[in-house]
Design a protein. Structure first.
Length: 131
């Protein structure tokens, strides 16, 4: 009887933690091997994805969309991501495990910003480039 209650309790805890586990795996799968490098005083930044490196100009970013969790009491509420939308239609999706939205905003103090919320903020891709 006590083992049964213990297993039920463990099952409930697992179910409550499952979205956070899924978000962690999702964010790591899309941004776990990605690096973003900003050079102080320059308008360029570099995105490195394992074997290749791409350089971008900050002025080419038209909009930054910040997406966070709208579930303030959930274990995954600290997960968020930002989408850099370039003027040519390209996009880079950056997880908060790579760079926080606050630090990203320090790099892009100009330009349009949008704020959105999702219950579970899952990344759908890493990059969509029109280059």
């Amino acid at each position: 009887s006590s083992i049964g209650m213990f297993l039920i309790f463990q099952g409930i805890c697992f179910l409550m933690a499952l979205p956070a586990i899924i978000i962690s795996i999702n964010h790591y799968a899309h941004n776990g091997k990605l690096q973003i490098i900003f050079q102080k005083g320059e308008n360029k930044f570099e995105v490195i994805n394992v074997s290749h490196s791409l350089s971008f100009n900050k002025k080419d970013v038209g909009t930054i969309v910040e997406i966070d969790s709208n579930s303030s009491r959930a274990p995954w509420n600290l997960y968020s991501y930002s989408i850099l939308k370039f003027k040519d239609g390209s996009e880079i999706w950056l997880s908060s495990i790579l760079i926080s939205s606050a630090n990203l905003n320090k790099q892009f103090y100009y330009g349009k910003k949008e704020y959105k919320s999702q219950w579970i903020p899952l990344l759908k891709k890493t990059m969509a480039l029109n280059k």
